[in-house]
Structures are given as structure tokens and as C-alpha cells.
Design a protein around this ligand. Structure first.
Ligand code: PLP
Length: 372
């Protein structure tokens, strides 16, 4: 038996000399806390991704979601409709405000909220909907907006995985009352830890700025009870350097995905991801479906025999997590359960070589054939 080749990781943050030099400059300046780098990062991010909308940097995507909801007036007695098939931060941020996260099922093609199921979940307490642009594919913007217009609800966007994605000519982040982008290391760009909250209205942005800094705009003149959710200048310096590179990385992700689409189209037992005609997908993840009964074997064989790491996002839908079962709806979420059992994310990140891509395809062909 020949030895497995070096492992192709499922994700790989790219930190270069630009990031290191920028961090060093901040460290030398002595101005380490939130300061001019953060302000510059907010302005540049806003121009780059969200048509200049008011943008506030915070210490994580989760903080951004939480403060965005608080600043939008969400609290006890309110319900916010969320997907179950996503990262728990979504429902957590709703629960932390004292409001109730209400789970709705996803549609099977793009893994995002199913507008039909969202409609069924609306009650007189529903305040808004927090759809997720999952894997970098936008949610069904037109259908969800139609619902919010009819019922007078707000959209709170989770764009954690979707920097640069769009629906027709509308960039994600410009659709909701607010939108959150994550800057965690494995996301399409990083500030090590961090988040950006993009707001439709200036006064929402101002409330988030207050909540991020103990309720202060002027030092020691606290206006509301707030948090410490500030981003540091060190983190912002990394983020600014990444912002100059992210479009190039996205193009490579899309090229890698196009290669995988071509090569996997006819592989038995593999369902490649589908893209809505209105969508520009930025491939935070390239997520296929395989038979639930085969997934563990396929994952293990890809890793052990072909040196290909994969990811499962997410193995347990949120309505089955011990922390969130109390919020489960009366009905079932069959598509969320099925997706959790079938999804498998292949490496698609910008540091893959042509040889890596070929190895991913050859490995998957061999491994799936071995099971049939
Ligand atoms: C990463 C992520 C978050 C949370 O962002 P953090 O920066 O890790 O706090 C929220 N929602 C989704 C869909 C994510 O992928």
C-alpha cells in the first residue's frame, strides 16, 4: 500500500507579508485598541461590498448579529424566523435578545430558507426573518422580500459566508435592515476574529456603535447599557490587507467550482451544488450531496486513501441541538434533517493547485465507485 499524499486541507487562511507588515505597523504605533485602522476598514469595506451603506466593525460575526437585532428593537415577546440548517450563531443571536428563534425548513436545491415554509411559520409575534446566504449562495431574495412586504416584516441578513455574492445586480448585505459579515479565519476573508454590520439606516448604525462600546459615543457619557464588542486596530489592519485580495480569491474559488462542476456532473452517487439563475455564488463552500449511508465511508476514504480533507456543515440541524431544542417548532423539518445527513463540502479554497483539484475529483470517483 502506497502512502497517502500530503493532506489537502478543507480550508486554508491566506496570510501574507502585507498582513504581517500592517500588523507590525499598528504594534509599533502603540495605538492598539479601536482607532483609525478600524474606521478606515469600515469605510473601505462599505465602499467595496455594500454601496457605501453605514458599516460598523465588531469583535465577531455573532456579536454583529446580536447587536444588529438589539439595535433593530428585537426583544422579549418577538419571534424571528431562522433556518435550522446553519451555524448555531444565527438562532443563538436571536435567543440572546430574549426573542424566540422560530425554525423554518430549507429548500433542497440551495440549502437556504424555503419561502413556502417561512410563510407557514409567521405568527402575530413575528418581527422579522433572518435568512442565511449559506455556503456563499444568496437566499431567495425576491420571494423572501415579497413575504416581508405583505406582512410588514424586517429582513436581517446573515452574510457571514457571502462576501461579494449578489442576487441579480444587488450585492448581499444591501437587502436587509442590517446584514452581518463574519471575518473568522476560515471565511472568504478574515480579520482573525471580527464581524461587520451593514445598516440600511444611519440611526441603526449609531445604536450599534453605542452598544459596541458600553453605550458611549463620548467617553464616560454612557447613553445606554452596552457591551464591549469592539474590534482592535490590529485586527482591522489584517482585514484591510485582506480586502485588497478578496476579489482575486473569489475568482479562483469560482474557477475551482467550475472545474469541479464539470468533472463531477456525471459521477454516480454525487449531486453537485446548484446555482439559482439570479445568483452570483462566491463558494465559501463547495457542497455536494451523497447518500447518507455512504457519507462517513466516503469522508474517511477520501482522507485516508487520497489525502483529501472534507467538511460537514452542519451535521446536526439546530432544532436538534440540546441548546436549542426548546425552540423547535411543532412541525418537522425534513429537508434540514436530510441535508444534515447528506452534505459533504469539498476543498474549493484559493490555494488549491491544478493537481489538487484533479486529486479531489479522482479520489471522489474512485471512492464512490468502490461503494456501488
Ligand atoms: C461564521 C458564521 C457566523 C458567526 O460568525 P463568527 O464571526 O464566527 O462569530 C454566523 N452565521 C454563519 C452562517 C456563519 O457561518
Amino acid at each position: 500500500m502506497t502512502q497517502a499524499p500530503t493532506l489537502i486541507p478543507a480550508a486554508r487562511p491566506l496570510i501574507g507579508s502585507e498582513e504581517r507588515l500592517a500588523v507590525d505597523a499598528v504594534l509599533r504605533s502603540g495605538n492598539l485598541a479601536q482607532g483609525p485602522e478600524v474606521a478606515a476598514f469600515e469605510a473601505e469595506f462599505s465602499t467595496h461590498f455594500v454601496l457605501g451603506r453605514p458599516t460598523v466593525a465588531v469583535n465577531s460575526g455573532t456579536s454583529g448579529q446580536h447587536l444588529g437585532l438589539l439595535a433593530s428593537g428585537v426583544g422579549p415577546g418577538d419571534e424571528v424566523i431562522v433556518p435550522s440548517f446553519t451555524f448555531a450563531a444565527v438562532a443563538n443571536s436571536v435567543a440572546l435578545t430574549g426573542a424566540t428563534p422560530v425554525f423554518a425548513d430549507i429548500e433542497p436545491d440551495h440549502f437556504t430558507l424555503d419561502p413556502v415554509r417561512v410563510r407557514e411559520a409567521i405568527t402575530e409575534r413575528t418581527k422579522g426573518i433572518m435568512p442565511v446566504h449559506l455556503y456563499g449562495h444568496p437566499f431567495q431574495v425576491d420571494a423572501i422580500e415579497q413575504i416581508t412586504r405583505e406582512h410588514g416584516l424586517a429582513i436581517y441578513e446573515d452574510a457571514a459566508q457571502a462576501h461579494g455574492a449578489s442576487w441579480l445586480d444587488r450585492p448581499v448585505g444591501t437587502i436587509g435592515e442590517f446584514a452581518m459579515f463574519s471575518l473568522y479565519p476560515t471565511k472568504n476573508m478574515t480579520a482573525i476574529e471580527g464581524g461587520m454590520v451593514v445598516c440600511r439606516a444611519d440611526d441603526t448604525a449609531r445604536r450599534i456603535r453605542l452598544l459596541r462600546n458600553q453605550g458611549m459615543e463620548t467617553q464616560y457619557a454612557n447613553e445606554v447599557v452596552g457591551f464591549n464588542a469592539r474590534m482592535s486596530d490590529v485586527h482591522a489592519a489584517v482585514g484591510r490587507a485582506q480586502l485588497r485580495k478578496v476579489d482575486g480569491w473569489t475568482k479562483i474559488r469560482q474557477r475551482n467550482a467550475a472545474f469541479l462542476d464539470r468533472e463531477l456532473a456525471l459521477v454516480p452517487g454525487v449531486t453537485p451544488p446548484r446555482v439559482a439563475p439570479e445568483a452570483t455564488h462566491v463558494y465559501h463552500q463547495y457542497t455536494i450531496r451523497v447518500a447518507a449511508s455512504e457519507r462517513d465511508r466516503i469522508r474517511l476514504a477520501l482522507r485516508e486513501e487520497h489525502g483529501v480533507a472534507t467538511g460537514v456543515y452542519y451535521p446536526i440541524p439546530n432544532h436538534r441541538l440540546p441548546s436549542l431544542t426548546g425552540y423547535a417548532p411543532a412541525g418537522e423539518l425534513p429537508e434540514s434533517d436530510r441535508a444534515a445527513a447528506e452534505v459533504l463540502s469539498l476543498p474549493v479554497h484559493p490555494s488549491l493547485s491544478e493537481g489538487d483539484l484533479q486529486r479531489i475529483v479522482a479520489g471522489l470517483v474512485a471512492v464512490t465507485a468502490a461503494g456501488s
